[in-house]
Design a protein around this ligand. Structure first.
Ligand SMILES: Nc1ncnc2c1ncn2[C@@H]1O[C@H](COP(=O)(O)OP(=O)(O)O)[C@@H](O)[C@H]1O
Ligand SMILES: [Mg+2]
Length: 260
């Protein structure tokens, strides 16, 4: 081998979940979950309702810590005890779009989006306005800017939540069921947005969903959670070719057998 050959630098995965166990009230939810997300990739986690998809995301945001196992994000072990100031600092790396959208009801759309900047930066109101306006434009929310969450549609709430999640240009974006309850056009818009974030901001993303159209539209890799474990990890093409019945039933939406 010639010594002229450039050394290929391999980036370690940005997010690593190692043997995560989590139980609630004596019931195992995660039972040894291993998962990695490479820098700049979009991972989609699929799985039935109640399988622990949201619980998995909450370990990354450090809303939850594991009973056993480790979570590493950007070189930091976030499953260890951390001071609340360190947790707050860590969370600034992450934009998190909750299942509910989680807008604050008594703030209008503008103030909801501006909130993370007002709380965590020393930017002036003028600088904040420039950033909020940019996201309002990107997500086509201009006409909702002075409205309150109760006055806008479900799709607009999702987009406003998305604008807030990306306002501080985080390194990691997490989405929990971002297309649930949306019509197909709005879902396609959200998928497009997720892809745009990857392209424009080079973010590393995890989307939890049970919407396979959405999974195929955004995923570099898909992981399937089933009874506390990851039973599949691979590309969209690979999952379509999987011979595993549990996987095929899920991705094709085949109902489980009912005894009559
Ligand atoms: N903080 C909690 N306390 C007790 N049980 C919880 C808590 N969070 C989640 N669970 C339970 O863990 C299971 C998985 O929840 P979740 O991750 O929300 O499922 P999903 O895959 O639908 O997102 C559910 O049975 C849920 O009731
Ligand atoms: Mg959930």
């Amino acid at each position: 081998m010639s010594d002229q050959e450039p050394e290929k630098k391999v980036e370690p995965p940005l997010i690593i979940l190692k043997n995560i166990h989590k139980a609630f009230n004596g019931q195992d939810i995660l039972n040894g979950v291993n998962l990695e997300v490479n820098q700049g990739e979009t991972l989609v986690i699929i799985g039935g309702s109640g399988t622990g998809k949201s619980v998995t995301l909450k370990h990354i945001v450090r809303i939850l810590t594991p009973d056993k196992g480790q979570v590493f994000v950007d070189g930091i072990e976030v499953s260890k005890p951390m001071k609340s100031s360190k947790i707050a600092e860590y969370r600034r790396k992450i934009g998190y779009l909750f299942q509910s959208g989680a807008l604050i009801n008594w703030l209008n759309v503008y103030d909801n989006i501006a909130l993370p900047l007002r709380e965590n930066t020393t930017l002036s109101e003028k600088e904040i306005k420039a950033k909020v306006d940019e996201k309002l434009n990107l997500l086509e929310l201009e006409q909702a800017v002075r409205k309150f969450p109760s006055e806008i549609s479900g799709g607009m709430k999702k987009r406003a939540g998305m604008a807030r999640a990306i306002i501080a240009n985080p390194k990691i974006l997490l989405y929990d069921e971002p297309t649930s309850g949306l019509d197909p056009i709005m879902s396609a818009n959200i998928n497009q947005m997720v892809n745009l974030m990857k392209k424009e901001l080079s973010v590393t993303q995890i989307m939890v969903t049970h919407d396979m159209n959405s999974a195929y539209a955004v995923a570099d890799k898909i992981a399937m959670l089933y009874k506390g474990n990851i039973i599949f990890y691979g590309t969209p093409d690979e999952i379509k070719q999987s011979q595993d019945e549990r996987i095929q039933h899920f991705i094709q939406g085949i109902p489980s057998k009912i005894e009559i």
